[in-house]
Ligand binder design. Sequence first.
Ligand code: NAD
Length: 482
Amino acid sequence: MSDTVHNYIGGVWTPSSGKDAIGITNSATGEEIGRTPLSTRADVDAAVKAARKAFPAWRETPAVERVRVLMRLKMRLEEHKEELARSLSREHGKILAETRGEVQRGIENVEHACGMPTLMMGDTAEDIAPGIDCASYRQPLGVFGIITPYNFPVMIPLWFWPYAVAAGNTVVLKPSEQDPLTHQKIVDLADRVGLPAGVLNVVHGGQEAVEAVCDHPDIVGVSFVGSSHVAKVVYQRAATAGKRVQALGGAKNHLIVMPDADMDYTADACMASVFGSTGQRCLAGSILVGVGEAYKPLRERILDGASSLRMGDGLDPDTDMGPVISSTHRDRVKTFIDEAAGSGGRLALDGRYDVVDTMPGGHWIGPTVFDEVRMDTPLGTEEVFGPVAGLSRVKTLDDAIEQMHTTRYGNACSIFTTSGKAAREFRYKAGISMIGVNIGVAAPMAFFPFGGSRASFYGDLKAQGRDAISFFTDQRVVISRW
Ligand code: NAD
């Protein structure tokens, strides 16, 4: 297998029929390390046909046997953990500590899906009327489409496909075209541990492949993660075609710091939240809100910490922050900062011109901090997806919550405090799905549901946890009298 990705259809690595391809780069050097073909509707159709063909036998394979394949995959993932983390740092740019964490979180989903024989049990009740019993069975539905973003290219596909296949479905995965190399290694491992042909299929590409997945009459459901704009389009298009859909979108996360918070701990957690993965996380802190007296010490610590971050190659153990995914994305983040600064935003730390001299081709953008961000500007309301913090000052916790609700997103938020009362009030009123209390990144855990609210999520059943079981199965209820 070369570093140019091929589709994986019916258990065979298959060249795409698409004529166009885009380059995959090492984000730290800018060097091209592979190419992603832009697959066509015909490629998606071939993958769906393979998945349909594999479904009846896979569905009839007992769940205990299905998960044995995943158990073997889990062992292989553990063996290859470091290799996967290094490959991920190279194509994505994030530092090794982050990619090791991502691979680990991905493996935890495979582990959780291995509980499928129990997780997909139904319910029973005797004598719901004299002599009549009732039972529910969870059954797989057929072929699922899974469409994933660039920022967690190992973990996010694993939020979905292990559950889908453990439950007896078959899958067509469309990974991000920007960094598909590491997940390709995982698919290769799945192939080697005996996942039957056609159970998992992969089609690479962009918009055309996504639209083909949304429209295909033989796909029964779609899991999507990406920006809110595309999440909404995919949600509407796939739902119109009669599918069940879960579509996770973008974010604008507020981290609220109370005056009673442990300021050193809090500043470290906020730093990791904003600048970790170079800000390219849907859980990244974006607006740092100092309540009352908290503003000044928070501001000092963030400016100190941000200006001392070492930017560099994610593979270098001395690096604190890697590059962003592409030169296009770097330019987008820069433009965002330019416009915010040009329209009255107060730049306290400007990372626009930061570069790593030894790696001039990398996609660099340094830590950036804005002071006293206004919530009626794009910097206050829109997702930047880069290493940019906006500081904000309010008088009370209620003001902080009210301000947080001015954004249309609802992915994550956090409070830092030593007051149980403030933490409880925040949790009660936040109205946002993932809530951190003295935690800067309200992280996805395999055994809990994950997904946002408002414009951060379209659908009802979320990723992971029990929601994943419900999404990938239908409950058939049998009522009997003998
Ligand atoms: P993206 O929306 O650009 O791409 C996501 C997927 O959609 C990719 O597979 C891409 O090929 C496809 N796509 C892109 N444009 C399309 C179009 N016009 N029509 C059809 N398909 C299209 O997102 P991204 O840049 O890869 O990832 C970053 C975004 O994902 C951020 O907004 C981030 O907040 C979000 N995200 C959300 C979560 C979450 O759990 N809510 C997790 C990770 C990332």
